[in-house]
Design a binder for this molecule. Structure first.
Ligand code: NAD
Length: 481
């Protein structure tokens, strides 16, 4: 397959005006995939925003049925080309193909879901109420919206950002991560073939500098950012210092998984081993702090250890259908995770499984299970974004709620128990935006996704996401003049 590396602006693939490029390596073997990924310069960003602004004038008043038909055609095309998309995403970020196929499918699902909402966001009316006025609220699109994605779920992120935006009549400029640009660039030809008019969807590549240009752009009405707390903070500042654009932030997490003594042990082990390790735990919602009730701790931790030891053999080539664990996204991320593990060992934290560096080629990290890290240790407090799970025990429900909430993050959580009253009681007290009972937390198109505290604000996915791409207008009509 020829790999597209150019920018997609106004329905055309174009090279970067600056000629700057970035290389992409396959993290499974460090082979160069391409050194030609074009970096969007200020001029390119301005062109993309101008194209989106021009397209907004007509796209916002294109009949909803027409917008929906184009979105549905695009979803069909995504499905027809799912294998190429999955291969590209697997090649540049190392996610096993069995999961990148799901990512590609998730983007199609988002476009179908939001296509069904193009004609369902209606206004409200209020009768005269002694004030001589008939009143109404209408909802209007914001204008040119931008999205910046992290590398760990490009296709999902694109679906969550672009689909609700264009469904509501906005136009879009998206920037993928410099660490996983290929599957995003590929989408341009499908956007055009689906019939999106020029400028409605523009796809840029580049790093933090290109992201900063979007965040500070005077022509962008809203930016939906997914990434680290540090970069999210910069985006918010840039938005405030430019045109006060709307901002939503999907940031990191250090989520808790709580296993009570009455939990189904086998199920809790599965979700805290295999399911925690999906995508090498390079998932914002990964519950990387596990709390186990002390009365079941010896048996549970023994079972967990066995499950983790089994999974250390699951490492393989991401392109292989059977591979469950691929490499980390790149050298820097593998080194970062290995540094956390080495630091934990140097601090004397007990290593139950893993702990040693991989010798094989590529940027693989050994899944590592750590017992009883101190409450102030880095592995306990900081988001590692890799296959490292820390385990502690607890005595009471009150204590574990306090432990779980003792973090600046608030993205996700899991509660394992067979007592539904306890599950809901604990769920109501956890300071998180997404939570599952008796299962690892995965996104659903029906529910919203987003964080409490420093995991960000605003919501993607579900019905709630459309509110992020409209603004209300109140209109009053005097009944007697
Ligand atoms: P990152 O912050 O390094 O990069 C994210 C994106 O921001 C990239 O596209 C990057 O080019 C861009 N960027 C960097 N500096 C910027 C700046 N100053 N202005 C504008 N854009 C800038 O994060 P990452 O390493 O790609 O992703 C990992 C992080 O993302 C983790 O913290 C993870 O938890 C988080 N994440 C959150 C969610 C969620 O839905 N909450 C989903 C996926 C990842």
């Amino acid at each position: 397959m020829t790999i597209e590396t150019r920018l997609f602006i106004n329905n055309e693939y174009v090279p970067s005006s600056s000629g700057e490029t970035i290389p992409v390596f396959n993290p499974a073997n460090d082979n160069l995939v391409t050194d030609q990924v074009q970096v969007a310069s200020k001029e390119d960003v301005d062109k993309a925003v101008a194209a989106a602004a021009a397209a907004f004038k007509t796209w916002r008043c294109t009949p909803s049925a027409e917008r929906a038909a184009i979105m549905l055609k695009y979803a069909d095309l995504l499905e027809q080309h799912a294998e190429e998309i999955a291969q590209l995403e697997s090649t540049d970020m190392g996610m096993p193909i069995m999961f990148t196929r799901m990512m590609a499918a998730s983007q199609a699902a988002s476009f179908r879901y939001y296509a069904g909402l193009t004609d369902k966001v209606h206004g409200e009316t209020f009768n005269e109420d002694g004030d001589g006025l008939f009143k109404m609220i209408t909802y209007e699109p914001l204008g040119v919206c931008a999205g910046i994605s992290a590398w760990n779920g490009t296709q999902l992120s694109i679906g969550w950002k672009i689909a609700p935006a264009v469904a509501m009549g906005n136009t879009f400029v998206h920037k993928s991560s410099e660490r996983s640009p290929l599957s995003a660039i590929y989408l341009g030809k499908l956007v055009k073939e689906a019939g999106f008019p020029p400028g409605v969807i523009n796809l840029l590549s580049g790093g933090g500098a290109t992201g900063a240009l979007l965040a500070s752009h005077m022509g962008i009405a809203k930016i939906a950012f997914t990434g680290s707390k540090a970069a999210g903070r910069k985006v918010q500042v840039a938005a405030a210092q430019s045109n006060l654009k709307h901002v939503t932030l999907e940031l990191g997490g250090k989520s808790a998984s709580i296993v009570f003594e009455d939990a189904n042990i086998e199920n809790a082990i599965k979700h805290n081993s295999q399911n925690f390790l999906i995508n090498n735990s390079q998932a914002c919602s990964a519950a990387s702090r596990l709390f186990v009730h002390e009365s079941i701790a010896p048996t549970f931790i023994d079972g967990l250890k066995q499950a983790w030891m089994g999974l250390t053999h699951a490492l393989g080539e991401p392109a292989d259908d059977k591979t469950f664990l691929g490499p980390m996204v790149d050298k820097a991320q593998a080194e970062r995770v290995n540094e956390y593990i080495a630091g934990a060992k140097a601090d004397g934290i007990e290593v139950l499984v893993g702990g040693e560096e991989q010798k094989r080629a590529g940027h693989y990290v050994t899944p590592t299970l750590l017992l009883n890290p101190g409450l102030e240790s880095r592995v306990y407090k900081e988001e590692i974004f890799g296959p490292v799970l820390v385990v502690r025990t607890f005595k009471t429900e009150e204590e574990v709620i306090e432990l779980a909430n003792d973090t600046s993050y608030g993205l996700s959580g899991i509660v394992f128990t067979s007592d539904i009253a306890r599950a809901l009681r604990v769920a109501s007290k956890l300071e998180v935006g997404t939570l599952s009972i008796n299962s690892a937390h995965w996104p659903s198109k029906f529910t919203s996704w987003g964080g409490f505290k420093q995991s960000g604000y605003g919501r993607e996915s579900g019905l709630e996401a459309v509110k992020e791409y409209v603004q209300s207008k109140s209109i009053h009509v005097a009944l007697k003049v």
